[in-house]
Design a protein around this ligand. Structure first.
Ligand code: GRG
Length: 297
């Protein structure tokens, strides 16, 4: 039987998947190869963690799912673009993602690059058009566009990916890994949570604590991902041991797997503590931190 948090995750994941089907372009019959490639990766599965965090943060401050959903989906579009590009031969050169062959293995490199480009660009169109049709204050939408573009671009995820590539094969300290992870993985997770808070009507004080939650959560999530890369788990579709083969700088690579697991659990608890002044509407965020920080899949 599913626990409360597993039920919470599966209900919201279905809502995100249905909304994504609606939002993705589907203009030509037969579907254009580009649109097919976009749908292929985004509907391939995945936990839909970022949109769920977005929704959970919004709910934590009293927001509704309906108001949040398109923006949550836009963030998933950006995340999926990053995975498609990360798997390319010139980056990680991976064959499997989300349990199925990577986008470029099916559609070819050129279409995979374009599918990623289109998902990234269309995401901002989704945010802007939802902003104008939903009655959200234009100033909030502009702030969210600014935050998301910063988190995705050279000062966030793309910068973190470049940082990661530059570190390959080098001796690095934990501090450097933490900085790289906070950009590559943490920035998009953090902006998912703060966007949820802003759309839900959070005060600046609440945003401050949501950010503290997000930073601890993001690092716990990345450390667990690195541990799973070494130990494997029940989640299918990932190329286990890839970090070591590619000589990637990782947390468990420096402090060892057992200590890394302890740090991930400590960080999950720290994330929960950041929400001590929030009421029970923040329970899904609390449970998510404990569940995913120490995830076994
Ligand atoms: C290529 C611009 C560009 C950026 C790449 C996100 C990223 C940056 C690379 C993906 C490779 C990787 C393992 C990054 C660490 C972050 C991470 C754990 C990504 C996978 O996220 P999940 O587990 O994936 O949420 P699903 O498939 O569940 O959505």
């Amino acid at each position: 039987m599913k626990t409360d948090i597993e039920l919470y995750l599966s209900v919201r994941k279905s809502m995100v998947d249905s909304k994504l089907i609606e939002l993705l372009p589907n203009s030509a019959e037969p579907m254009s190869r580009l649109e097919e490639a976009m749908r292929y990766s985004i509907l391939a599965g995945g936990k839909k963690l970022r949109p769920i965090l977005c929704i959970a943060a919004s709910e934590a401050v009293g927001g509704t799912i309906e108001r949040m959903l398109p923006i949550a989906c836009a963030i998933e579009m950006i995340h999926t673009y990053s995975l498609i590009h990360d798997d390319l031969p010139s980056m990680d050169d991976d064959l499997l993602r989300r349990g199925i062959p990577t986008n470029h293995s099916v559609f070819g490199e050129a279409t995979a690059i374009l599918a990623g480009d289109a998902l990234l660009t269309d995401a901002f169109s989704v945010i802007a058009s939802h902003g104008t049709s939903s009655g959200i204050a234009p100033s909030v939408i502009v702030e969210i566009i600014q935050d998301i573009s910063m988190a995705a671009g050279s000062q966030g995820m793309v910068g973190g990916q470049a940082f990661d590539l530059a570190l390959e094969g080098k001796e690095v300290t934990l501090d450097v890994i933490e900085r790289m992870d906070s950009l590559k993985t943490g920035a998009l997770i953090e902006v998912s949570i703060t966007s949820g808070g802003r759309i839900g009507g959070a005060s600046e004080n609440e945003i401050y604590y949501l950010k503290r939650y997000a930073r601890a959560f993001g690092l716990a999530f990345q450390i667990t991902d690195d541990v799973l890369d070494i130990e494997g788990g029940v989640e299918v579709g990932k190329d286990r041991g890839a970090d070591a083969r590619k000589k990637k700088a990782t947390y468990p690579g420096i402090i060892g797997v057992e200590r890394a697991k302890e740090v991930a659990i400590e960080l999950s608890k720290k994330a929960v503590l950041s929400l001590k002044d929030f009421d029970e509407k923040a329970d899904p965020l609390r449970e998510l931190a404990l569940y995913l920080g120490g995830r076994k899949y």
